[in-house]
Structure formats: C-alpha cells, structure tokens
Design a protein around this ligand. Structure first.
Ligand SMILES: [Cu+2]
Length: 659
C-alpha cells in the first residue's frame, strides 16, 4: 500500500468520525431541567423547566425506536456529560467494515484500526464516567461492543441523549404511555420503580417504543413538578408506512397546561398542610400561554397560521394537573384519528373531551373562506362534582388564516367556539363512548382470566381537634378498594427484584372489602375512613385481566381518569350507577373498543378495561388528577415473569438512583 493510500484512509477515517459525531449531535437532545423566570397573568415567578422552555420540547421518534435518556443531576457537582455510546457504535462499526472491502492490504487494515482505536480511546477517556454508566456492561469485552454496534446500526434506532440538570431532589422521568416492554426500570414514578435522583446523581433511562404511534408525552413524576416539566412525544409510523388518514399539511403539538400565580411547590405544601383540596389554579394554558381572556396575556396568545384548503393535525396533550377539559375550535369540526398513542376510527365532533394523562390526535380542515379570518381554539374545565370548587377560566389560542391579499381582520375579535357546560356529563361521555379502535384487536378479549373490581373513592381521615380544612374538620383522602396507598421509602421494583421484605404487601383486594350501594347519595359517614397501606396486586404472566373501576359517592362523586403504566388496555364498557356483573358485561364492546392508557371513569359510575399481562414488571396504576393521586387513589400491579427468557423482566441497569 502506497503512502498516498494510507493518508487517504486516514482522512476518510477522520472524516467519518467527525461526520458521525456531527450527525449524532444533531440527533441528540440535550435537556436541562432548570429554573427559569416566567411572567404570566401580570406576575413573574420562577418555575422548573426543560431548557428554560414551558412547555418543554417535543420529541419526535418513529414507531419501534429506542431512546436513551440520560438523566443527570449535576446541581451540586457541576459535571457536564454527553452520552457516548453512539460514538462507540460508529467507531466500532468502522472497525468492522475495515475487515471488509475498504482496506485491502494488511497494512491498511492495521493502520485503519489503529487510527480508529486511538480516536475511540481518546473519546473514552474524555467520557470515562459516562462510559461506565451509559452502556451497561459495555466494558466487558470488545466482542460485546461489536455486537451492540451491529444491533444498533441494524435496528436504525435513534439514540437520543437527554441530559437533565436537576437543581434539587426531583424525579424527572416518566415517558407517559410508553409501554416499556419488560423494562420497568426506566418507567419513572418515584418510590414505585425508582428512587428520586439526588443532586449529584444521574440515571440513564432506556425508553423502548413498541406498538405506540401518534401522540404520547413525557413529564416529571415527583411531587407536583410535572406542572411545568412536561412535553409531547410524537411517534411517527415507521419509514415507508402511511397514516391511515390523509396526510396533513402540518402537525401541531397542543399542550394544555395549568398555571398558578403562586409557586407550585408552595401550592402543594399548602394543600398538604390544610387537609382540604388544593387552591384553584389561576389559568389554563395552550402551549404555555393563557390567551386573550386573561389579564396581561393578549400579546403572547398562541397563534396557529393556516392556509385555506389544507388539513392540519393537532397533537393534543392534557398536561393539566387537576381538571378534565373540553376543547373546540370555532367554526371548525375536529376529526379524531388517534388517542393515547393508538389509531381510532375517524370521529368528527364539534368538541372533544380530554382528561389529564390522555392525548388526542385531531384533524381539521382550514375550510373557512374569509381571508385573514381568525377563530379561537378554547379549552375549559369539565367538572361534575357538586359544589367542588375549580378553576372556571377559559384558555384560548387563535387560528388565523393567511391574508391571501384579502382584507385584514386581525383587529376584530375572533369568534369563540361553543363548549359544553362545565358539568355536562352527557356531552363528555357522548364523546368518549363514540371512540372506536381502528385496528384489529391485538389479543383476544372475549374472555378474561382475572377480574379486579375496585372502588375508587374520595375519603376522609379524622384530624386532631377537627382542625383540618376538610369536611367537618377532617383531612381529605382517597382510596382504591378502601386502601389509601402509602408510598414506601424504598421503591417497590427494587424490593420486588431483590426480594427485600417489609416494603409492600401483596394482597391488594380483588373486590371491595365491603359491599354497599356505592353510588347512593346518602352514605353513612362511617364508610368514609379508609385504611393506609402499601399493597400491590400480583398478576400471572400473560393472563387476560379485567379491571372494573367503581366510582363511589363517598364525600363527593367525581369523574376519575385512571391511568395504568406499562400497558394500553381496551375500554370495553362503562356505565352509571353500580356495576352489575351479570348484566353489564353483556353490553361490552368486544369488537372495536378504544385502546387507551387512561380511562375516564364517569361520576357515580363504573368503567371496565381488559388487557393482556404480557409485560412483566412493576406497573403503577393511579388517578391522573394529581390531587387524588396525592391523597392515595393509586396502587401497583406486579406482573410476574413468564417461563421463557424473553418473557422476563430485563435486568436492572448498572446504576439506579439510591434511596
Ligand atoms: Cu381521581
């Protein structure tokens, strides 16, 4: 091999290395969770944000992708870390191709190898800390690294590094609605699958997308930090696959949020100290902005420019803390095409209902002919509990048509859509009951192996000297099957995996401990007091599980959006009053029920879901109204391992946050 060829090989190697690094840097997302100053409603405060943004950035992935999430709390030690493995993967892949056609002579191969190993070693040294933690067992052998590189390249998976700088003790990683096959280690809820990330500590999340397509989201899951630390995840079909609806001209994330003038941590503290409900929020927001109907907000109202004749898809996330919402656009019907990361049959409505935790993909056509015309999109609460206070304000954004050389109507006030009344339960469930799954059922739901029938209730605990601010001086609480869930001090996943005793009990009741007329308006006060416990439900691998959530009228009947981690489930039935186990299953939809991860259980009514327990792990189940979750309307399903290796939980990452 001549000298020129060697130089050429060296240049090619260098160029490839630089190119790959640049490429990967483009793909890598760096998330810094930090305080930022925001002014809303004429007042300024500091909020926790990602990269200073509220809401946080939208992640775009393809169906089946795997994302690595490097969560790093460097508030105290100030270490900046980049995520390394993709660089290794490319470097080693280069090494492998080296043995193919690129370098023909032995000398060429050797030089090529030396160059790449040199680069790789330098890089490794620069990132020693990350290197050890980022890829479990990566340092074991070169062969292992080679096979990882091959797999990585083969799977075309995007490797995304999310670096979070956490300034205090928060747990910042729930990828909402991602089923995380066999991988509860990266699911996120604190004291359920992990302990919170302490300052100076870090955690590398591996987030595996499987069947999800459409809209999901990510949010913090510690105390109430998710109020401002959240963002959308848009999952596109695999390359080459089409949407089952006309391709939209543009896709627009619509994140619905909730805003308090007061610091959210203070709102939580005050809420916990008082024993009553939390103070009402001061605004709802669309993409971080309250909109024209609030003081000092008009200037920054979210605006969406549209062109006549084009189709748009709104990827709507309800990231609100405590309220279900109605949403509509004036003069424009919405066609729902997806919900909770799964396609639906097209459903055209003048309004939609979306509960905290849920997502909806809504198409609309810009079909209004007046150039320069403007229309409000608006959201406000659906809250049906009698005499339960809530934020009655309305958030708005503006749909504005390109002027097209026509008249300019921007000085006139846009038209407001008509939204159902705050307590219009009929409107809410007309919409929800009309949703249908588009695709064939993924598993047979014609029968079930296990039924769990659980009450979901608002409760009260007695308070010393009746000094709390709940009803009659009590402390408000909540429960499932009369157990108000208590979070342990060691996470349940760790306790389960390492068989640490005394952390949780396994006998969450399969039926209510006491049968009474759950939805009667005149229930004796003695029924209001639940038990405090940390009990989980053990579920056999691959069984079909039916869960019937039974709302009760204890203290006050309310709608509850129940969210299960690790699964989507079919919402097979719902109704008002008490569930009748003989009659009601006869009316189930076992043909095309919606496939969701959050089901809205109607006020003084019930909802039934079915899922296949094919995902071994520790999975949190909770009401997605943050106040109810805080009060104890939650529990845990532990799905046991199957017999085959591929039916078992993945091994834990090398490093999990310490308790
Ligand atoms: Cu609830």
């Amino acid at each position: 091999m001549g000298c020129r060829k060697i130089v050429l090989l060296f240049i090619i190697s260098l160029a490839k290395f630089v190119f790959c690094e640049t490429l990967l840097r483009i793909r890598q997302h760096e998330f810094f969770v930090k305080e930022a100053s925001y002014t809303r409603l004429c007042e300024t405060k500091h909020i926790l944000t990602v990269n200073g943004q509220f809401p946080g950035p939208t992640l775009y992935v393809n169906e089946g992708d795997t994302i690595y999430v490097k969560v790093h709390n460097n508030g105290r030690y100030n270490i900046t870390i980049h995520w390394l493995p993709p660089i290794i993967a490319f470097g080693i892949n280069d090494l492998l191709t080296l043995h193919g056609s690129r370098a023909s002579s032995r000398m060429g191969k050797a030089i090529h190898a030396v160059v790449l190993v040199a680069f790789w070693s330098i890089w490794k040294m620069r990132n020693e800390v990350v290197f050890k933690q980022a890829v479990p067992n990566v340092a074991k052998s070169l062969d292992e690294i080679k096979s990882m590189a091959f797999l990585w390249v083969k799977s075309r998976s995007k490797v995304v590094s999310l670096t979070w700088e956490n300034w205090s003790r928060f747990n910042l990683g729930v990828l909402h609605g991602v089923k995380q096959p066999r991988n509860p280690w990266s699911d996120g809820p604190e004291y359920i699958t992990q302990c919170p990330i302490q300052p100076g500590d870090s955690f590398n999340y591996k987030v595996i997308f499987s069947m999800e397509v459409g809209t999901l989201w990510w949010h913090a899951h510690s105390d109430w930090s998710r109020a401002t630390v959240h963002g959308a995840i848009v999952v596109h079909p695999q390359p080459g696959e089409q949407y089952p609806f006309p391709k939209p001209h543009e896709e627009v994330p619509i994140i619905l949020g909730e805003w308090w003038k007061k610091d959210v941590t203070e709102v939580l503290k005050e809420f916990l100290a008082s024993g009553s409900a939390p103070r009402d929020s001061d605004a709802y927001t669309i993409n971080g902005q309250p909109g024209d109907l609030y003081p000092c907000s008009r200037q920054a109202t979210f605006k969406l420019n549209v062109e006549y004749g084009k189709r748009y898809i709104l990827r709507i996330v309800n990231a609100v803390m405590n309220e279900i919402l109605f949403f509509a656009i004036a003069n424009h019907s919405l066609t729902v095409v997806g919900a909770d990361g799964s396609y639906t049959k097209q459903l055209t409505k003048e309004y939609v209902v979306i509960a905290p935790g849920q997502t909806l993909d809504c198409m609309f056509e810009a079909n209004q002919v007046r150039p320069g015309a403007r229309y409000y999109m608006a959201a406000r609460a659906y809250s049906s509990g009698s005499s339960v206070p809530f934020d009655k304000t309305t958030t708005t954004g503006i749909l504005q048509y390109g002027n097209g050389g026509g008249s300019n109507l921007t000085t006139t006030s846009p038209v407001l859509p008509s939204l159902p009344h705050y307590n219009d339960t009929t409107a809410a469930f007309d919409f929800l009951a009309s949703l249908r799954s588009l695709n064939q059922l993924l598993f047979s739901i014609s029968a079930y192996d296990t039924r769990i029938y659980s009450t979901i209730s608002i409760n009260t605990f007695p308070c010393k000297n009746n000094s709390c601010a709940g009803p009659n001086g009590t402390r408000l609480s909540a429960s499932m099957n009369n157990i108000s869930f208590e979070h342990p001090s060691v996470d349940i996943l760790k306790a389960y995996h390492y068989q640490i005793g005394g952390v949780y009990g396994t006998h969450f009741p399969r039926v209510p401990p006491l049968y009474y007329n759950f939805t009667s308006r005149n229930l004796p006060a003695i029924l209001q007091t639940p038990k405090r416990a940390t009990k989980v439900m053990m579920i056999e691998y691959n069984t079909i599980v039916e869960v019937v959530f039974q709302g009760t009228a204890l203290v006050v009947g309310l709608d509850h959006p129940m969210h299960l981690h690790g699964f989507n489930f079919y919402v097979v039935g719902w109704g008002f009053g008490n569930f009748d186990e003989k009659k009601d299953p006869m009316k189930y939809n076992l043909v095309d029920p919606p496939f969701r991860n959050t089901v809205l259980v109607p006020i003084n009514g019930w909802a039934a879901i079915r899922f296949r327990a094919s995902n071994p792990g520790v999975w949190y189940l909770h009401c997605h109204l943050e106040k109810h979750r805080t009060w104890g309307m939650d529990t845990v399903f532990i799905v046991k391992n199957g017999n085959q290796d591929q039916d078992r939980m993945l091994p834990p990452p090398l490093h999990m946050p310490r308790c």
